[in-house]
Write a protein that binds this ligand. Structure first.
Ligand SMILES: NC(=O)C1=CN([C@@H]2O[C@H](COP(=O)(O)OP(=O)(O)OC[C@H]3O[C@@H](n4cnc5c(N)ncnc54)[C@H](O)[C@@H]3O)[C@@H](O)[C@H]2O)C=CC1
Ligand SMILES: O=C(O)C(=O)Cc1ccc(O)cc1
Length: 293
């Protein structure tokens, strides 16, 4: 299915009108694949801004009311909010409505679909766009966010082929490249390349703040520090929820990282130049190679 062949959605409902949902809506509007976008939120000022920026056409504080007549519901809140929203909309969802989400963790969200939307499972297609930033809210939404970026779908065995094809086609119309994997594999991979790096950035930033001369250090910090800690500026609620949702995989990787850090401390303590070179060289070569991909 390509954009030219997908029927436009009569009504897209964003449960959570922020960076991820808002950018999805903007891209679908640009592709002329949606007639009306209704944004649900818990913060009127953010919804007002979303209307002003033409991210949404209508705002609504009541999820149950908003989903009436919807063709697609996109959950774009922190993952810790998704269960209660699913519960609220379940009795009001049109029978043919597709449901998807942009949550950064997938096993927990799959469990929530099963718990709250069991009657709708054929049309609940979990997703995760691998694109975003440390910015949040409707004013961070942008048309091209998903252009050339990956989206992972962790389809359910209950999904109809048509539902998967339709969600895939909508993401492709946003310019994304869609991959499918199991929710379990997804959570292991993203603990490694997203969740733990964010937590290490938070941790390092806190360690800097613990210093008596923190301000002085920050005054002299350069681009290496900027690159390394950019993601420490990310949204606290979102990252708390991701951490709690993917605790097991994250803990495994944090422990592995502690072992690596202890190894590094020992190399520094012993002033072991050859081993230090090998330690740095391995990482440096791998990072350079990855950067060229
Ligand atoms: N920020 C990023 O780079 C990425 C985020 N994600 C995931 O996408 C989801 C959304 O993240 P963002 O768009 O970045 O967050 P955001 O903070 O920009 O937007 C979330 C919106 O949901 C609203 N909200 C929260 N609880 C709500 C509730 N109970 N009812 C209605 N609205 C509610 C918030 O007020 C906010 O406007 C999260 O699950 C996150 O893990 C996925 C990929 C990238
Ligand atoms: O800010 C960045 O560079 C990110 O890594 C954005 C991001 C955050 C969470 C995700 O689940 C996916 C992408």
């Amino acid at each position: 299915m390509n954009a030219a062949r997908i029927a436009p959605l009569r009504k897209l409902v964003l449960l959570g009108t922020g960076l991820i949902g808002g950018s999805f809506a903007l891209a679908l509007k640009r592709a002329r694949l949606v007639d009306e976008v209704v944004g649900v939120g818990r913060n009127q000022a953010n919804l007002d801004r979303a209307i002003e920026l033409k991210v949404i056409d209508q705002a609504c504080l009541d999820a149950a009311q908003a989903v009436q007549g919807a063709g697609l519901v996109m959950l774009g809140t922190p993952v810790g909010q998704m269960g209660r929203l699913m519960q609220q909309i379940a009795p009001h969802l049109p029978e043919d409505c597709l449901i998807t989400d942009g949550g950064s963790t997938k096993q927990d969200v799959v469990a929530l679909y099963r718990e709250h939307l069991s009657a709708h499972l054929p049309r609940c297609v979990p997703g995760h766009p691998i694109a975003g930033s440390d910015l949040s809210g409707a004013s961070a939404a942008q048309y091209g966010l998903y252009e050339g970026r990956r989206v992972v779908l962790t389809a359910l065995p209950e999904n109809t082929r048509e539902s998967i094809a339709r969600v895939r086609a909508l993401w492709e119309a946003c310019g994304a490249v869609v991959h499918e994997m199991s929710a379990e594999e997804h959570d292991g991979v993203f603990a490694c390349v997203s969740h733990v790096p964010h937590l290490l950035a938070f941790s390092y930033m806190n360690a800097v703040l613990d210093r008596r001369n923190a301000e002085r250090c920050l005054d002299f910090a350069a681009t290496g520090f900027r690159d390394f800690t950019r993601i420490a500026g990310s949204h606290p609620e979102m990252w708390r929820d991701i951490t709690l949702a993917n605790r097991e995989a994250i803990l495994r990787d944090l422990h592995a990282n502690r072992a690596r850090l202890e190894e590094l401390i020992a190399l520094v303590e012993h002033a072991d130049a050859d081993a230090l070179t090998a330690y740095i060289d391995r990482a440096s070569k791998a990072r350079s190679k990855w950067g060229k991909r």
